[in-house]
Ligand binder design. Structure first.
Ligand SMILES: CC(=O)SCCNC(=O)CCNC(=O)[C@H](O)C(C)(C)COP(=O)(O)OP(=O)(O)OC[C@H]1O[C@@H](n2cnc3c(N)ncnc32)[C@H](O)[C@@H]1OP(=O)(O)O
Ligand SMILES: CC(C)C(=O)C(=O)O
Length: 567
């Protein structure tokens, strides 16, 4: 009977005086994309050459200088893709392609054959070093596993020499399942591999230490890397690479810590495609670093296009909450977030001065514009939204700038509609709600035949005033057209009790035909302890008419909400 617990905490390596927790990342690693190999091998439908080529060009555009493009011995498609890149001269001079193989002679020979004529490249061979693999997959003891690594390395070296590619093709060796292997044994295997390969430099011999399956917490990966660095005697002759999978969702964290621990190179895929839960997501790691001020050499400034290319070729959609690339990640639905973001944008210069930092905005740790994302999409409106977000969209999308004291009224009206209709509303709906409720609102009051009749420096107005359809001819004078209308109403005794408390006006658009949008706030109520401020808005090509329309609109709204008595 099995009396063991089903799961155990992974045994940490014994390390004293670890250094990595006190370090910070200030330099980018060498970035290596494995999208077209590890990412591709895990797609339900692996990419054909055309898809791979579009993807390859995208990776080059992002700035990857090392790209694993195939497992050439696996299929004719993979082999031919490598041949196509080389024969059609599609690899930029500063980019090295990489090809992966098992440590078996016929596979190695075929792999190196695929590189014929390449200017420079990396041949990558893997041998699992864990006891789980050694004993139960290969039926090998550790000595035999080490021999596989030694033989594989020798076969790769010989094949490279045979193809006349020595000096052009670097070697990468991966002790697969590094994090599930005995560290001293990995060091022993890597020493043996290095000795077969001979004297080298970090760009010509890469040791890639993978978390093939994420079985440990991130700090333990870092400990293993730091200990490897201490124990491996040829460290200055090799590039030390990471390759983390994401089974526990910590591949980014594990890689960040392992970089602190001494690794110099990172393998991963743009949005984390790869076996099972995927590989390290390079876009997240790189943009995390960028958000901390480290220039990475990778360019994600056109993220929406990168998303389109990856989705089109992989057939897998990017999750809407994917950090940096997801559709929703620069969107705020909730009212307090919307309000804070809007204020953050309003005070950008002061914030920058205060924190001595170019970018610091509530709820947004990075400028969406750096990824080619739109500010307009920052805020979306649903039942959780508040006035801040609503007004932000009106301002940014439609140039409608209501006065601050009007914001609560607009927020309440929109909230009521969204509550009634449910779901999310788009900006066009928002504009419609605003216009239906505030602009030229109808009710008992109506004006017709307005004529301006200035007398000296006083404004005069003559107009027909309708109350519940009953017509009155009025005229009055004032400091401006709006006050002339108010005086006309007052002197005729037809004005309900209100005080014109706020007025503002803005043109919508910049051309000569632009319309004006005016806002009028009325302080309503005869009892001074219980007054309320009610706004209306008016739109017209003539600024006087816009102001007067806003007044009529405000009076009608005030009647509708009970702030003024119905005439
Ligand atoms: C962690 C990773 O992602 S590693 C990359 C994995 N990617 C792939 O496997 C995709 C491409 N692979 C393939 O197309 C095929 O597996 C091939 C062409 C490489 C090999 O195919 P086959 O010869 O049919 O073997 P199969 O795939 O079943 O592999 C199992 C055999 O390979 C051996 N093997 C597995 N890994 C290695 C290795 N790294 N080095 C040497 N031999 C190995 C196994 O011991 C087993 O041998 P056995 O048949 O003597 O027991
Ligand atoms: C080939 C190796 C690096 C690999 O893909 C892994 O270990 O996950």
């Amino acid at each position: 009977m099995n009396t063991y617990p089903k799961y155990r905490y992974p045994e940490p390596v014994k390390i004293e005086n670890r250094q990595w927790p006190d370090r910070i990342l200030t330099q980018p690693p060498v970035w290596a994309s494995v999208d077209l190999r590890d990412g591709n091998q895990a797609l339900p439908e692996p990419m054909g050459p055309e898809h791979k080529l579009e993807y390859f060009n995208m990776l080059v555009g992002i700035g990857f200088k090392e790209i694993e493009v195939a497992f050439p011995s696996a299929s004719a498609d993979d082999f031919n893709f490598v041949r196509m890149l080389i024969e059609r001269n599609l690899i930029p001079d500063d980019v090295r392609i990489s090809v992966l193989t098992q440590a078996r002679r016929h596979l190695i020979d075929r792999t190196i054959e695929s590189l014929r004529g390449v200017k420079h490249a990396i041949a990558h061979c893997y041998v699992p070093t864990s006891d789980l693999h050694g004993r139960f997959v290969f039926n090998h003891n550790r000595e035999e596993v080490k021999q596989m690594a030694v033989d594989g390395t020798r076969m790769v070296k010989e094949a490279i020499e045979r193809e006349g590619l020595w000096g052009k093709v670097a070697y990468e060796f991966s002790p697969e399942e590094f994090t599930d292997s005995d560290l001293d044994f990995v060091v022993e295997v890597c020493c043996a591999v290095k000795e077969v390969w001979g004297p080298s430099t970090p760009d010509m011999l890469i040791l890639n230490l993978p978390a093939t399956v994420e079985r440990r917490p991130p700090n333990q990966y870092a400990d293993m890397i730091e200990l490897f660095c201490r124990k491996f005697p040829y460290l200055n002759e090799v590039g030390l690479s990471l390759h983390a999978h994401n089974d526990q969702g910590c591949a980014v964290a594990a890689t960040e810590l392992a970089l602190l621990a001494g690794a110099t190179r990172v393998e991963g895929t743009v949005f984390g495609h790869g076996e099972r839960t995927g590989n390290l997501d390079v876009s997240v790691l790189a943009l995390n670093m960028e958000s901390r001020g480290v220039r990475t050499g990778l360019n994600f400034s056109n993220m929406p296009e990168i998303v389109r290319i990856v989705e089109r070729n992989s057939g897998i959609e990017v999750h809407p909450r994917h950090p940096y690339a997801g559709d929703l990640v620069f969107t705020a639905f909730s009212g307090s977030h919307q309000d804070a973001i809007r204020k953050g944008f309003e005070h950008r210069a002061e914030i920058s001065e205060f924190f001595r930092q170019g970018w610091k905005i509530p709820y947004l740790h990075l400028d969406p514009a750096d990824l080619g994302r739109q500010y307009e999409k920052l805020i979306r409106i649903n039942s959780q939204s508040g006035k801040g977000g609503v007004v932000y969209v009106l301002e940014k999308e439609f140039g409608v700038y209501p006065p601050k004291t009007m914001h609560p009224e607009i927020g309440a009206v929109v909230q009521k509609v969204v509550d009634a209709e449910g779901g999310e509303i788009n900006s066009a709906d928002l504009k419609r709600i605003f216009y239906d409720n505030f602009v030229n609102a109808e009710g008992p009051y109506r004006m017709e035949n307005y004529q301006r009749a200035s007398v000296g420096d006083r404004s005069g107005s003559n107009f027909s005033w309708f109350i519940n359809g009953e017509k009155h001819e009025l005229s009055g004078q004032g400091n401006g057209p709006l006050s002339a209308v108010v005086h006309a109403l007052k002197s005729s005794g037809l004005m309900p009790f209100f005080k014109l408390e706020d007025f503002s006006e803005r043109t919508l658009g910049k051309d000569a035909d632009a319309k004006a949008l005016a806002f009028v706030g009325l302080r309503c109520g005869e009892d001074s302890e219980h007054t309320s401020l009610v706004y209306g808005a008016g739109e017209h090509s003539n600024i006087d008419r816009a102001a007067i329309a806003a007044l009529v609109s405000a009076m009608n709204r005030a009647v509708a909400c009970g702030a003024l008595k119905r005439p």
